[in-house]
Design a protein around this ligand. Structure first.
Ligand code: GDP
Length: 295
């Protein structure tokens, strides 16, 4: 994960560690290398610029020039800034409500259906819940079948309405079904499109309005870099979602989405998805991610 970013940051910080006495110019050079590493990793330019400005100010403010271990001090400063950038602490999901209703939104192919299954599995095995999955994609029968297969694997029932064309009605009926059958969490998987379009946004806004979820999670493919951030903005404008799920972090992602989304949409990353298996889901800890990035 983030191999290239890791290497470049390591190199930048290593350069400053190897010196005896360092100067303001050395600090400025290191900061520039860090900025370049972040931008190369697809971090939004302004985000990278602001972060490295803070690193520079802190480094000079904390007397990095006279420090016996300038490399370590710089690494600590960069680490703390990365943690802050990614939101500081882990933010869990809101499981209030009887039942708790969780709406899953995102583009087609982002990993929504896979994540819906993983979330149900997590809630069932780790949080002692009795989830119900709901298939609301009225356009792609294959998406409904996919959710049924996942539900079968993890032994979580899947609510479907063959032939129905109204996702809001399906979701509302599913909530009533959940109440009648003692399900305490309802996970609503919705239809996505390959790109943002008005009809999709209107539809998901309508489902959101009707079911009033406790938690709306936006799922995004981390491999899509800057596009992930733009998509997040559009979905946040439409839904004011509660949290982000970053998928495909097991792939060769450069890291830009993970590092930029929080500061652009001001919503926490709550989960990361790291594979196709139902167990490949982790809570997102900014501290752990910064540790990984800095190796
Ligand atoms: P949806 O259209 O948003 O519902 O996306 P899917 O859940 O169908 O996922 C699209 C593809 O990405 C499928 O082939 C999934 O198996 C795959 N996928 C989903 N999440 C991950 C992940 O975290 N890592 C990897 N490697 N593949 C994933």
């Amino acid at each position: 994960m983030f191999n290239s970013l890791q290497d470049k940051l390591d190199k930048a910080l290593h350069n400053i560690s190897g010196r005896g006495k360092i100067t303001e110019i050395n600090v400025a050079e290191t900061v520039k290398e860090i900025r370049r590493a972040l931008v190369d990793a697809d971090v939004n330019y302004k985000v990278a610029k602001d972060l490295t400005k803070r690193v520079q100010d802190k480094a000079l403010g904390q007397n990095v020039l006279t420090s016996l271990t300038p490399g370590q001090l710089m690494t600590k400063i960069v680490h703390d800034e990365l943690v802050d950038l990614m939101g500081g602490s882990q933010e869990g999901i809101n499981l209030s409500g009887k039942p708790t209703v969780i709406l899953i939104a995102g583009l087609q192919g982002s990993g929504k259906t896979t994540f819906s299954g993983k979330l149900a599995n997590y809630l069932q095995t780790k949080r002692n819940k009795k989830p119900l999955l709901v298939a609301c994609d009225v356009y792609r029968p294959a998406a409904i079948d996919q959710l049924k297969v996942l539900g079968g694997q993890i032994k979580v029932p899947v609510y479907t309405e063959e032939g129905s064309t109204n996702p809001s009605t399906i979701a509302e009926n599913a909530i009533n079904f959940a109440k009648a059958n003692n399900h305490d969490v309802v996970i609503v998987d919705t239809a996505g499109r390959l790109a943002i379009d008005e009809q999709m946004m209107n539809e998901i806004k309508s489902v959101h309005y009707f079911i009033k979820p406790q938690e709306t999670l936006f799922v995004v493919d981390s491999m899509t870099g800057q596009d992930a951030v733009n998509t997040a903005k559009a979905f946040n404008d439409a839904l004011n979602f509660d949290g982000v799920v970053l998928t495909k972090l097991d792939g060769d992602t450069r890291g830009g989405a993970a590092l930029t989304i929080r500061s652009v949409v001001e919503k926490p990353i709550k989960f990361i998805s790291t594979g196709e298996k139902m167990e490949a889901l982790d809570l997102f800890y900014p501290e752990r991610m910064a540790d990984r990035i800095l190796g």
